[in-house]
Ligand binder design. Structure first.
Ligand code: NAD
Length: 405
């Protein structure tokens, strides 16, 4: 037992602690959205047994909640999170999952978890054992990892991903989160080995290994589907995103989608594809230079048009409009599901592009929704959540258990 008053401690684009009660309320709020989300009466195509890789925060957590509370799916979540340790709090993803597990148990939903390195063979083995016992055959696998590093399971080589432009340096503006300063930044172009390393971490190889491991063990259902998430975004972020090192990794992910699609279609009448999601505030996106400023403007512009969505609304739409309709889903020319349609609307993007060069440290809070960005960022770690008394002591040593099979 370790009850304590927990005050937010942050360093740049990371909070080093998390609040269990704030995280619990975040999860409860997402569950409430998923329960109320519109869905087709015909849900014959709705997933029943779902594996989510990267399931504890951001898009993976929202996907898991949308599947479980929207469609009563049984879920296995894989993630890499820090458990509580003495007087140190756990990471937000650990508390999110503990809260999700507790709610799943009381709502009669099966939810199992593997907290480990998804890139490792050991983690895949543990997931496979659980699936064989309680979740077979799996009909949907969602790949939502965002990781800064990967140790290759065959060679033992450690790769680190970088967020850099390719070919030439990129000059832009970003916002320094702690100091709230708008600054010019120059990002040096990536070396060849940095591009290759980023592809090794965030590209499609590990996704392919998961699907092959499951297929090899005959744990995939007829018609099994798998999706991985990507981002394209507007021109102002292209040098650092679409055309940068992370963009190369996403191209590799798309290539993996095509290969897996062929394999699954041939073997099981299944499919693989990419869903291109909207830019949202997550631990991964806040770390990308330029993106916090872009997100602060995007939220302002989309909010004014009542178009803004958080990961949970995006993932509810993924299920209601694409995955659970009982019809083949709509796709763009490259075969991708597009959930970024509202973000990419011409009127939204022209307003964001016009405002972007005008932002200064002095007008940051007038021109952009920086306050909203900051609040959402702190919310990710369970801080600044309405209704939580941050002067009160809370138990940090929260257990994480599977809900009954
Ligand atoms: P996130 O940081 O919120 O979540 C990352 C997840 O990966 C967590 O569950 C974490 O525990 C897990 N993880 C990280 N390393 C792991 C490891 N070694 N083993 C097991 N689990 C590990 O990230 P996010 O922003 O939700 O990103 C998820 C995906 O969505 C990424 O592919 C990202 O590119 C994509 N995407 C994000 C945005 C955005 O704006 N955030 C937009 C479009 C697409």
């Amino acid at each position: 037992m370790s009850k304590q008053v927990i005050k937010r401690r942050s360093r740049g684009f990371i909070c080093v602690n998390a609040h269990p009660e704030g995280c619990r309320r975040n999860v409860a709020q997402q569950i409430a959205v998923a329960q109320k989300a519109p869905r087709d009466a015909v849900t014959a195509n709705a997933p029943r047994n779902v594996l989510i890789i990267g399931a504890s925060t951001g898009y993976g957590l929202a996907s898991r909640i949308a599947a479980a509370w929207g469609y009563s799916a049984r879920t296995l979540g894989v993630f890499f999170e820090r458990p509580p340790d003495g007087d140190k709090t756990a990471s937000a993803g650990y508390y999110n999952t503990a809260a999700l597990a507790e709610r799943a148990a009381s709502d009669g939903l099966y939810a199992a978890h593997v907290n480990g390195d998804a890139f490792s063979d050991e983690c895949k083995r543990r997931a496979i054992e659980i699936i064989r016992r309680n979740l077979a055959p799996v009909d949907l696998i969602l790949y939502s990892l965002a990781s800064p590093k990967r140790v290759h399971p065959r060679t033992g080589i450690a790769y680190a991903s970088v967020l850099k432009p390719i070919g030439r340096a990129f000059n832009s503006r970003t916002v320094e989160l702690d100091a709230e300063k708008v600054m010019d930044v120059t990002l040096a172009s990536a070396a060849e080995n940095e591009i290759a390393d980023t592809v090794a971490v965030m590209g499609g190889e590990d996704w392919g290994m998961w699907i092959e491991a499951l297929a090899g063990e005959n744990l995939l259902a007829q018609g099994a589907r798998t999706l991985a998430y990507s981002y394209i975004g507007p021109e102002l972020t292209w040098p650092i995103y679409r055309d940068g090192t992370i963009g190369r990794a996403k191209q590799d992910l798309e290539q993996t989608a095509r290969a897996l699609n062929q394999m699954l279609a041939g073997k099981l009448g299944g499919s693989a594809c990419i869903a291109v999601n909207k830019a949202v505030v997550t631990q991964a996106s806040a770390a990308i230079p330029v993106v916090p400023l872009y997100l602060s403007l995007l939220s302002r512009v989309m909010g004014a048009k009542s178009l803004d969505e958080h990961p949970i609304e995006q993932m509810c739409r993924l299920f209601s409009d694409f995955l659970a309709t009982g019809r083949p889903h709509a796709a763009d020319a490259a075969g991708r599901i597009r959930l970024d349609d509202r973000e990419m609307r011409a009127d939204v993007q022209s307003e964001v592009a016009a405002l972007f060069p005008q932002v200064t440290t002095e007008n940051l809070r007038q021109i952009t929704d920086f306050a909203g960005f900051q609040r959402e960022f702190r919310n990710l770690f369970g801080f600044e959540i309405a209704g939580v008394d941050y002067e009160q002591a809370f138990e940090t040593d929260v257990p994480l258990a599977d809900s009954p099979a």
